[in-house]
Design a protein around this ligand. Structure first.
Ligand code: SF4
Length: 335
């Protein structure tokens, strides 16, 4: 593990306060925060997130982004750590680094110019995913700075758990962010993730207002986000920000500390789609369980199918500069 200087901190007496996420850990020199990948240092802070255990290229649809450059490639990196400790995390060997016994985490320092050049050569963006990208804010800023001249954008698949000042710092570096909104009931969200829900919704609003393209994902977690009442509340909250925000409904898969729960059924996912539409959301997606209809984009003006998708891939984009080719209605996105 290699520690490099971190940003977003302020003095707190003998300690240093981390201002990256709302946990706002106050750390003595050498002490790691709740995420296990940032620590106090003499006169400041350090981070272990300028490294990645993954560097592969796949479709942006896989992140998932459905209204951001359909069919484009994403060179995906994963720095260690997470500010949440979700009981169902399928990526827990990566995200829960330092919290769990297990094999040593293998990662290589990121060579930013090399990553940007590799992405540029394939017309790809750089995506930070699998673990929590907001903990790699320094890496994100460096990638964006180098990427600007090469036309390489940076995107996140994030839990959205950032302070307002962190959002201000990182907003100019991001083209798009997909934020997991796992629930709005504070007690149940905190039990599942170890963190508050309100900052996540605030981040969705803040990124959206700042002009970053935002999509939202909700895993149907039993007892937290799978009931019609919980899904209605989540859908209404997203629609209150903007009913054009795409909402991805993710099937719950038993994993990690929730292996005894049942996976989400196709019928439950279909019901959740109906709830999203009833709340006014224009674009509600299910990747696999409902077939093509779950993945395709329909024009909210005339109902024509304007973007067709395969599983984690683009089928055909019929939009004309972002407009429906039949009725001319503008479909929100970065096309
Ligand atoms: S990013 Fe890590 S060190 Fe900073 S406040 Fe959050 S959990 Fe604590």
């Amino acid at each position: 593990m290699r520690w490099t200087p971190a940003i977003l901190h302020s003095p707190a007496g003998e300690r240093v306060r981390c201002d990256l996420c709302p946990h706002r850990c106050a750390l003595a020199p050498g002490q790691v925060g709740a995420c296990k990948v940032r620590r106090g240092a003499a006169g400041g802070m350090e981070t272990a997130t300028f490294a990645t255990s993954v560097a592969h290229t796949d479709a942006v649809e896989r992140k998932p982004f459905f209204h951001y450059r359909p069919g484009a490639l994403a060179l995906t990196l994963a720095a260690p750590g997470c500010s949440f400790r979700c009981d169902y995390c399928v990526n827990h060997p990566l995200s829960q680094y330092g919290r769990e016994e297990g094999p040593a985490w293998e990662a290589a320092p990121v060579d930013v110019p090399e990553v940007v050049a590799a992405a540029a050569a394939r017309g790809a963006c750089v995506a930070l995913s699998y673990s929590e990208p907001s903990l790699a804010v320094e890496l994100t800023l460096a990638l964006a700075e180098h990427g600007r001249a090469a036309g390489v954008e940076v995107v996140w698949k994030s839990n959205g758990f950032l302070t307002p000042e962190a959002i201000d710092v990182v907003t100019p570096a991001l083209a798009a962010v997909n934020i997991d909104l796992k629930g709005l009931d504070e007690a149940r969200h905190r039990r599942l993730t170890g963190a508050a829900a309100a900052p996540v919704l605030a981040a969705i609003r803040a990124f959206h207002q700042a002009g970053v393209w935002v999509e939202v994902s909700t895993p149907l977690v039993p007892g937290v986000s799978s009931s019609p009442e919980d899904l209605s509340a989540i859908a209404a909250a997203i629609a209150d920000v903007d009913r054009d925000i795409p909402w991805h409904l993710l099937r719950f898969t038993p994993a990690y500390r929730m292996r005894e729960e049942n996976p989400t059924s196709p019928a439950e996912l279909a019901a959740a789609v109906a709830i999203g539409r009833a709340a006014g959301l224009r674009h509600v997606y299910v990747e696999r369980a409902l077939g093509e209809e779950g993945r395709n984009t329909r024009c909210h003006g005339c109902g024509d199918t304007v973007v067709e998708r395969g599983i984690w891939s683009l089928g055909a984009n019929h939009l004309a500069a972002g407009d429906c080719p039949v009725c001319g209605t503008s479909i929100a996105g970065r096309w």
